[in-house]
Ligand binder design. Structure first.
Ligand code: ARG
Length: 476
């Protein structure tokens, strides 16, 4: 910034390193649209209260509209010596329209200006991310429908535990994403208050109408306290926390895709479009996209931590530290948006291997719980039934057999209550459908869950429909 721009208080030119150190336009030029929106609302309000003339406001709004065109066309030149997005736009406006441009900043500070810009930007970003979440949910619902006959082991401790259906697993991912979406919605609702009119910290001597600007910008109301309005960024913490949660969920999904696409599992084959080869080993088809989704979540977690540490210990009101809020916010939204879209694409095109999943049900004695339940349902105390089933597993292990390979005589030797009908437990399809409890994997329950998920998605309206349509999903 030249000494002239700061006005009468300064004699010396700034130190070159200090100027570079404090310039932020390379990052915050991304707020240009919101900055212009905020300025238009402010200018109109200044006219409403008689501080600006109608002629000035006309020049200002037309000038800003032209700058917006330049920004969108990529022809706006950003000048680091003008420090940030706000000074760049104001200087450009004044270049264009003269005096009226210089009157725009009446009763406003960059402190309430930047706080307003960030709230506007983040509000829109939450909405966009929510749409990408909806896309992924839509893909999962469709894949769940398509794979309703895919049985697989469910795991605890990464050990095969009980048989489930693949759609039950996919719908678990949906539930995680539904909550992520809810958190984004909550954050968005709470951030929707206007800092504009708070000035540098203590409002201004001009009789600003903060209700008018709040309304014009689609905010629910003005923030109640001017010191708070310019100095807190808790709304960014909330958004980043929602994103970090989501990124962790995506990372866990990524991890499962990595595991499932290994030769050891072979549950899924990712399409060529979402895998890469090795520069050395010609046979390799690596699940890099899933790995990167897992890896990039680390940055999003870091972004949340950055924001928390940035705020910790700041006295009221505005401090320049707050300029550092933008990079983590932009990075977290970009990363999560990309990760969501990558997973949508990868899951829409993945090939789930029904036979490999089914084969994995054979080993691991997955019927053991059901043998215990069989006895318990016939009056044997569950602890005793559990013990009997354990002995049967041991017998099978020792004789190198599976549980279905044990004879009824052998079963009866462990407990007299076993009868011929126990053999029905050796059909995994039956085992899954026996788990007919709310939230469980029986087909009727999964069907219910699918219908519910679809309804929820549809209730979110046309945006969700558009999101689904992107992946060829029609929400009917
Ligand atoms: N670029 C600054 C930021 O992002 C704008 C506010 C600067 N205010 C100030 N008093 N220096 O926080």
């Amino acid at each position: 910034m030249s000494k002239k721009a700061w006005g009468g208080r300064f004699d010396e030119e700034p130190n070159a390193l200090a100027a570079r150190f404090s310039a932020s336009v390379d990052v915050d030029s991304r707020l240009a649209e919101e900055d212009i929106q905020g300025s238009i609302a402010h200018a109109n309000m200044l006219a409403s209260i008689g501080v600006l003339t109608g002629a000035d406001v006309k020049k200002i709004t037309e000038g800003l509209a032209q700058i917006l065109d330049e920004v969108r066309a990529g022809t706006m030149t950003w000048d680091a010596s003008r420090e940030d997005v706000h000074m760049n736009i104001e200087a450009r406006l004044t270049e264009r329209i003269g005096d009226a441009g210089a009157r725009l900043h009446t009763g406003r500070s960059r402190n309430d200006q930047v706080a307003t810009d960030m709230r506007l930007w983040t509000r829109a970003a939450c909405e966009k991310t929510a749409r990408h979440v909806d896309e992924l949910i839509a893909v999962l619902i469709v894949r769940a429908h398509q794979t309703r006959h895919h049985l697989m082991p469910g795991y605890t401790h990464m050990q095969r535990a009980q048989p489930i259906r693949l759609p039950h697993h996919l719908l678990a991912w949906c539930e995680m994403l539904e909550r992520d979406r809810g958190r984004l919605d909550d954050a968005q609702k709470r951030m929707n208050e206007s800092p504009l009119g708070s000035g540098a910290l203590a409002t201004t001597t001009f009789p600003l109408d903060r209700q008018e600007t709040a309304k014009a910008l689609g905010f629910a109301r003005p923030l109640r306290n001017s010191l708070d309005a310019v100095s807190d960024r808790d709304f960014l913490v909330e958004a980043l926390a929602a994103l970090a949660n989501c990124a962790v969920h995506l990372s866990r999904i990524g991890e499962e895709l990595v595991l499932w696409s290994s030769q050891e599992f072979g549950f899924v084959q990712m399409s060529d479009a979402f895998t890469t080869g090795s520069s050395m080993m010609p046979q390799k088809k690596n699940p890099d996209m899933a790995e990167l989704v897992r890896g990039k979540s680390a940055r999003v977690i870091g972004d949340l931590v950055t924001m928390l540490v940035l705020l910790k210990g700041l006295p009221l009101a505005y401090n320049r530290d707050l300029q550092e809020d933008k990079r983590p916010v932009f990075d977290a939204f970009d990363t999560v948006d990309d990760s969501l879209q990558i997973l949508s694409g990868a899951l829409a095109t993945a090939n789930f291997n029904k036979e490999r999943m089914r084969a994995a049900l054979r080993d691991g004695f997955l019927e053991a719980t059901d043998l215990a339940d069989y006895l318990a349902a016939r009056g044997v105390p569950f602890r005793e039934a559990h013990h009997v089933a354990g002995r049967l597993v041991r017998l099978a292990v020792e004789t190198g057999r599976t549980l279905p390979e044990l004879s009824l005589v052998e079963l009866k030797k462990e407990h007299a209550m076993f009868e011929g009908d126990v053999s029905k437990l050796f059909d995994p399809e039956v085992l899954v459908d026996l788990r007919d409890v709310e939230g469980g994997p029986a087909w009727s329950r999964v069907q219910e869950a699918l219908t519910d998920s679809m309804k929820r998605l549809r209730s979110r309206g046309t945006e969700a429909e558009k999101a689904a349509a992107k992946f060829g999903v029609v929400l009917t």
